[in-house]
Write a protein that binds this ligand. Sequence first.
Ligand code: G3H
Length: 255
Amino acid sequence: PYMREVSGVKVLEDRLREKLKLESVIVVPGDSDESEWVKEEMGKACVTYLQSISGPGQTLAVTGGTTMASVASRMTPSAGMEDWLFVPARGGLGERVEHQANTICVEMAKKAMGNYRLLYVPDPISEESYQNIIEEPSVKDVLGIIRSSDIVIHGLGDALTMANRRKTPDDQLAVIKERQAVGEAFGYYFSQSGEVVHKVRTVGLQLEDLEGDREVIAVAGGSSKADAISSYFQPGKSSVLITDEGAAKELMRDT
Ligand code: G3H
């Protein structure tokens, strides 16, 4: 029965890779909506993947959230990762401190025996402050590292779940609902067809920075995130998806 389970997951990976037109898809067994340990398994799968692509002197940018926190909790030192530089992809986005990109970045770097740089800026931030702060030399320096990072790993969330968790102001919440956002990543909210319908102004990696020659890995699972995953991948912004069986089955449901 174990082998059958494994090969079932393999078939899901192939079908999902084709459907979302990705370079690589990894599906771990289970549904993280139902069992917390499945998220840990996605974290472990992400660490294994990172170790498989690791080369010397890489820079890795990481976002926040509970899934990224489980990647950090599973991080282990690995040959070739000691001189990696870890940076937060964006600011806190209103998350609790343990789920903010800065916190996760430090934990990952320490466990991988690498180095880190952090972004000390308020977040979200007003338009006026934003324009000034990105010119601050220390911020500018880290932003440059983030924008030129070799690898980006990030979470993906259900739009309303994320908006509520981040205590989004009522006027912005109304926009998110009215424009029928279903997915969220990096503070960008996406409609089912993959259009950006709202964006939180924060310092750090912007969606357009994902283009170009770098490895972008999304880690997101749970059947409740299926719509969010498909909305985000409409225009195809990341090349690798690490997910679970719950989300993968839901994504393949109508095909
Ligand atoms: O942007 C999406 C969130 O970071 C995902 O958070 O991993 O806690 O579901 P989560």
